[in-house]
Design a binder for this molecule. Structure first.
Ligand code: BES
Ligand code: MN
Ligand code: ZN
Length: 475
């Protein structure tokens, strides 16, 4: 464990970090008179005013011992929020390793769950495939008088975030649909939710033909993962979660170019997100009922591949002309949505999917697209993201876009036109929700970082979005 709380100062740490707003730098009492005076002079001489992400380091002689001190700036207190405070803490702490003592100089900001989250985030790495592992970690003892329970949420959710990131970062040859299903079973046991796995035969019996067509060519066979958490036996209200679970997306016969394919192991990011939501709700014993479905498979090529021009009959009876086999996510989600709406009797549905490259054209890499048939619940979900360093934006769902899905040969086609691509995809999904209240989250941008985001500086999985879903269902 790289984070713990302490109520007392000790002189045994490698480094001491003080976190200050620019309103007033209140040096702590564990510095003796002389070192305090020296620190004040160094601060003054360097014009350090604790502006956001500003930092200053110094070595003092405190109580006859050398003390390595760093002060991290948060800027003005009244400008702080849950997003930027994480960024400033990250900027201040990210280059430190070893045993570090951390304290807020403004007791009102004393916020251990946020610090725990940032520390876990800094320590996360996916170095499984390096022969030399990174050995230097940041180990924080955090000075606080507050009670520990608040910490559990910050710390436990960070551990779950690391699980989500590991799943998304793992290569597709290892994280197959079967491996994902096995992992869900293990997590269900560990965190306390029920998991049922359906093989291809059972999926076929259920009529999940649209999903199974996508799965057809791959060597790694498809599995449907059904997870149920009952936190409130008295209530019948059940939230439904659906995650896109493409363990790899080659594009199928509408093959992707190599550059576009390179990171397509991330295409089960929606599945990892909803599994992470299940783990957090169960861990925090949230008094809600949640059922979650992932129709996992791989979109591959081969003699048995489904083709552009094929016409599929989805589980709900609607027919779909496949105009592009690379628009496969919506074909798998179609049956997963019908299944959860009809067989699991959920009251509202949230689906999460790395669905379209177009959402990155529209919103960039750092914002999740929100699509819904109910503005109220969409608003509530977006509000739930305020607590976290995650960004959401609602997109339009005008029926105008439905014309883009018209087909000359079937009830609809799976692709539509290029313009408004993310919305066309959402309008397609809307055909399969059986009239339930529903939110679709397009995380094609946010599941995976290119390294340019100042908080997600590591390339690869971000572990975003499950926290917002957790808060939405909890509140
Ligand atoms: N998995 C991709 C979307 C994606 C793109 C996720 C980039 C993450 C990063 C999805 O299956 C896909 O290929 N979508 C197509 C749809 C098109 C064929 C209508 C796309 O976005 O180009
Ligand atoms: Mn695709
Ligand atoms: Zn895909």
């Amino acid at each position: 464990m790289s984070f713990k709380c302490t109520k007392i100062y000790e002189d045994t740490y490698d480094k001491y970090v003080l976190i200050s707003t620019s309103d007033k730098i209140n040096l702590p009492n564990f510095l003796d008179k002389n070192s305090k005076k020296l620190a004040e002079e160094i601060i003054k001489k360097n014009n350090f005013t604790a502006k956001s992400s500003e930092k200053i380091s110094m070595t003092l002689v405190n109580d006859k011992k050398l003390l390595d001190l760093r002060i991290i700036g948060l800027g003005e207190k009244n400008k702080l929020n849950n997003k930027n405070i994480r960024q400033y803490l990250y900027d201040g702490l990210k280059d430190i390793t070893g045993k570090v003592f951390v304290a807020f100089l403004d007791k009102e900001l004393d916020n251990m769950d946020v610090v725990a989250e940032v520390v876990e985030h800094i320590n996360y790495k996916f170095d499984k495939y390096f022969s030399q592992k990174k050995e230097k970690f940041l180990e924080v003892s955090y000075l606080t008088d507050k009670k520990v329970p608040k910490l559990i949420e910050g710390y436990e959710l960070s551990k779950i975030s690391n699980i989500v990131r590991d799943l998304v970062n793992e290569q597709a040859e290892v994280l197959t649909p079967k491996a994902l299903a096995d992992k869900a079973v293990d997590l269900g046991r560990e965190y306390g939710f029920e998991v049922e796995i359906y093989d291809e035969k059972k999926a076929k019996k259920l009529g999940m033909n649209s999903y199974l067509s996508v799965a057809r060519a791959a060597h790694h066979r498809p599995y449907v993962i059904v997870m149920r958490y009952k936190g409130e036996a008295k209530s019948k209200y059940t939230y439904g979660l659906v995650g896109k679970g493409l363990t790899y997306d080659t594009g199928g016969l509408s093959l992707k170019p190599t550059d576009g394919m390179l990171t397509m192991r991330c295409d089960m990011g929606g599945a990892a997100t909803v599994i992470g939501s299940m783990c957090s709700l169960a861990k925090m014993k949230v008094k809600k009922n949640v059922t979650c479905v992932v129709a996992a498979c791989e979109n591959s090529i081969g003699p048995n591949a489904y083709r552009p021009g094929d016409i599929l009959t989805a589980m709900n009876g609607k027919t779909i002309e496949v105009t592009n086999t690379d628009a496969e996510g919506r074909l798998t989600l179609a049956d997963a949505l019908t299944y959860i709406a009809k067989h699991e009797k959920v009251d509202e549905i949230i689906d999460v999917a790395t669905l379209t490259g177009a959402i990155m054209i529209g919103l960039g890499e750092d914002v999740t697209g929100v699509f819904s048939n109910d503005d109220k619940i969409a608003r509530k979900l977006i509000d739930s993201s305020e607590k976290w360093n995650e960004y959401f934006w609602q997109m339009p769902m005008f029926d105008l876009y439905k014309r883009n899905l018209k087909s000359s040969y079937a009830d609809m086609q799976n692709t539509g036109v290029r313009y408004g691509g993310s919305i066309n995809a959402a309008k397609f999904l809307e055909e399969f929700i059986e009239g339930k209240k529903w939110i679709h989250l397009d995380i094609a941008g946010t599941a995976w970082a290119s390294g340019s985001n100042p908080y997600y500086t590591q390339k690869g999985a971000t572990g975003q979005v499950f926290r917002t879903i957790y808060s939405y269902i909890k509140e």
